[in-house]
Design a protein around this ligand. Structure first.
Ligand code: MEV
Length: 422
């Protein structure tokens, strides 16, 4: 276990030195993190993963420091192309250390598959008939995945929903399945396909769609954290953050951006571990709209001592077995770095990073504004786009920032000036 995630000074190290520092902290060999080099997979591996493969695309992986989740120090690999994200998560995680970091809960790994039933004359009676034969449906579902059942998982329950829609009434059966350490899509989809004919015959209709729902609201992960006012910029910053949080609850236009900030952290960890980023994103946004209006996923309050008291809850359908998490060497290295052995532990870390990311973004917006922190790194990207060579990037980025406008035309002008001065 990492003795501490408080690795200060990483910024001034070269990437190879950072890998060595992280490996030393985790007590593993630097070779264990070598999979992060060169994109993590070779072409033959890519070719086995998708159809018509022609190559791979590299995304930077950085390490978020300072995080404590349920008392455990965690070093978090984050895959993202966006500057400032990893720094912001690390920065907020540092602010939370004085109060013990993040505390999490989960509901357990329950995924749901839907079976759409059509042509049913008596939907209420059909619902009753299906529920009468629940045991038979569950037995058939579980016969599809004996290994899952051996590991303590399996189909647990059948729900039947009657939905009164725009121009018709729908009948949909849900299989609720404990998928243990899998993301679970394959397991529940197979069960839905296998049980659909039985469900249709009980309903005296026919079946159509047989697929999981990404509104994975029985598989929630929650994190909470407190930050003392002095650690986050003072009482005025906390007050401004509460104003920002209130707008994100009430206004969908702000909520979408607020939640995007959360997903900056969530998606980066989900991607680094080879999990399905779209599944997690679909679940998050469905959860944000669960009361009929799209709202912020997090809540912010001031506790009795004046500290910022923040929570985040969202569906977290991530797994450790199957899929790219098993087959992608960089994802395996990410899992090793996180020192997680269950999907549940991974979910707890992801939701904590999401909350840290959210607080970091809105803290910056409520204090100095987002651009100051963003611009240093953005300037480096603009410098590279303007044609700066590796030994010119830092000097050009500094000139662009000093010029007060991080733009392509300014970068080109300053690059010419830099070259003339050398
Ligand atoms: C940028 O990627 C994310 C933010 O827009 C999030 C927010 O506004 O809360 C900064």
């Amino acid at each position: 276990m990492a003795r501490t995630s408080r690795l200060s000074g990483l910024r001034s190290l070269a990437p190879a030195e950072r890998r060595a520092a992280v490996a030393a902290e985790l007590g593993i060999g630097t070779d264990d993190l070598a999979a992060f080099l060169g994109g993590g997979i070779d072409l033959p591996q890519a070719d086995r993963m998708v159809e018509h493969a022609i190559g791979t695309i590299g995304i930077p992986v950085g390490v978020a420091t300072n995080l404590i989740v349920d008392g455990r120090e965690v070093l978090v690999p984050m895959a993202t192309e966006e500057p400032s994200v990893i720094a912001a998560a690390s920065n907020v995680a540092r602010m939370t250390r004085a109060t013990g970091g993040f505390t999490t809960t989960t509901t357990g790994p329950l995924m749901q598959a839907q079976v759409q039933l059509l042509g049913v004359a008596d939907v209420h009676a059909a619902r009753a008939r299906i529920l009468e034969r629940e045991a038979e449906v569950l037995e058939l579902a579980n016969a599809q995945d004996p290994r899952l059942v051996e590991h303590g998982g399996g189909a647990r329950r059948v729900d039947v929903r009657i939905i009164h829609g725009r121009d018709r009434t729908h009948l949909v059966a849900h299989l609720v399945v404990d998928v243990r350490d899998a993301m679970g899509a394959n397991a529940v989809n197979s069960m839905a396909e296998a049980t659909a004919p039985l469900l249709a015959s009980i309903a005296e209709g026919r079946h159509l769609l047989r697929i999981l729902t990404n509104k994975a609201d029985l598989r929630l992960a929650r994190a909470r954290v407190r930050i003392r006012p002095d650690d986050i910029g003072g009482p005025e910053v906390v007050a401004n953050m509460l104003e920002a949080g209130a707008l994100a609850h009430d206004d969908p236009y702000r909520a979408a951006t607020h939640n995007k900030g959360i997903m900056n952290g969530v998606t980066a960890v989900v991607l680094a571990t080879g999990n399905d980023t779209r599944a997690v994103e679909a679940g998050a946004h469905a959860h944000a709209a669960r009361d009929g209006q799209y709202r912020s996923l997090s809540t912010w309050e001031r506790d009795a001592d004046g500290s910022l008291s923040a929570t985040l809850e969202l569906p977290m359908p991530v797994g450790l077995v199957g899929g790219a998490t098993r087959s992608h060497p960089a994802a395996q290295a990410a899992v090793r770095m996180l020192e997680v052995t269950t999907a549940d532990e991974l979910a707890r870390i992801v939701v904590s990073v999401g909350l840290a990311q959210n607080i970091g973004a809105v803290r910056a917006l409520s204090a100095e504004g987002i651009q100051r922190g963003h611009m240093g790194l953005h300037a480096r990207n603009v410098a590279v786009s303007a044609g700066a060579s590796a030994d010119e990037v830092d000097a050009l980025a500094a000139r662009i920032v000093a010029a007060g406008a991080v733009r392509a035309d300014v970068a080109e002008r300053e690059l010419a000036a830099l070259r003339a001065s050398r």
